[in-house]
Design a protein around this ligand. Structure first.
Ligand code: BV8
Ligand code: ZN
Length: 259
């Protein structure tokens, strides 16, 4: 049987999709009960049920705006006004949105396990809004701006921001405090993520297509360090076969069942 075929059959031929998900949830609940340090990696999928467009899904940011072309330092130096229009559009879209049951379930799990680290690729700030505390924002935060000259980072929730926003202290152009494609992640952020992964006995990867590096390799890293890894995703990903548990479904429906 092909790898995918094996995966689709969920390694228990004949099981229905619901049974497979149920079995996965049961197994993950068991592991969660005994886990000492849980690390969770989230992507755009966990915010989809809050109304945030994902990158690859229908009407996704990738297609509508070719996000990968706009979310780059080159695009910003070539046409900062256009890139700011892109981010202002996203800020206006995000401002009224709220966390969904998936975000809240992760905040509750954090309160119940001995050690918990939430690593997110998302820049929407919804995990913090849902009450999560120990959050590592790999790719920054759309509600923060950074001066292109004096590097000051400020929280700025104005929607929309003035056109070509300027730094109050040095007058230079501000940029979104996010990591663009082709930019390095902040070393201390990356180190904190790898340290959490190194200390974890259970990792949950949810709502991510596993395409963007270095986030996409973190589940594999956890496996290599001897942790159990569970994936909760709407569709299979190239890494699903590597993980101990793969649960197909919506994070907003599955995560609350772990409580
Ligand atoms: C780096 C912030 C070193 C900005 C983001 C060639 C040239 C240059 C670079 C590269 C290259 N090849 C590879 C690279 C490296 C590059 C990369 O990985 N590119 C990709 C496109 C191949 N990475 C980088 O550049 C990183 N830096 O590597 O530095 C370096 C330096 C120079 C050159 C090489 C290396 C920096 C990457 C960070 C980019 N910034 N965000 C902004 O958002 O505006 S990335 C952005 O896209 C997100 O943050 C996220 O990380 C990614 C989108 O992925 P997902 O979150 O997974 O979302 P997606 O839509 O793809 O999937 C959603 C999933 O959820 C789906 O599977 C879906 O089924 C599922 N889902 C949907 N609904 C639900 C659900 N699941 C559960 N429940 C639901 N309800
Ligand atoms: Zn400045």
């Amino acid at each position: 049987m092909s790898k995918i075929g094996e995966w689709v059959s969920g390694r228990n031929p004949g099981g229905s999709a619901e049974n497979r998900a149920e079995a996965g949830i049961k197994e993950l609940k068991e592991k969660l009960w005994w886990a000492r340090h849980v690390t969770v990696l989230t992507g755009a999928g966990i915010s989809a049920e809050s109304g945030v467009p994902t990158f690859r899904g229908e009407g996704g940011l990738w297609k509508q705006f070719r996000a990968v072309d706009l979310a780059t330092p080159e695009a910003f130096s070539r046409n900062p006004k256009l890139v700011w229009e892109f981010y202002n559009w996203r800020r206006e879209l995000l401002a009224p949105l709220s966390p969904n049951p998936g975000h809240f379930a992760l905040a509750e799990i954090e309160r119940r396990v001995p050690h918990f680290t939430l690593i997110t690729q998302n820049i929407d700030g919804l995990h913090e809004k849902a009450g999560s505390c120990n959050i590592i924002e790999l790719h920054g935060n759309i509600w923060k701006v950074r001066c292109t000259r004096c590097q000051r980072v400020l929280d700025d929730r104005r929607v929309p921001l003035p056109e070509m926003p300027a730094c109050e202290s040095c007058g230079s152009l501000l940029r979104p405090h996010v990591v663009w494609f082709g930019e390095m992640l902040e070393p201390q952020v990356l180190n904190a993520a790898y340290e959490a992964i190194g200390n974890s006995d259970l990792m949950i990867v949810t709502g991510t297509s596993g395409t963007v590096q270095p986030a996409a390799s973190m589940g594999v890293q956890a496996k290599r360090n001897g942790a159990s890894v569970a994936e909760i995703n709407f569709e299979p990903t190239p890494l699903s076969n590597l993980y101990d548990i793969s649960i197909l479904g919506k994070s907003g429906e599955i995560l609350p069942q772990l409580l």
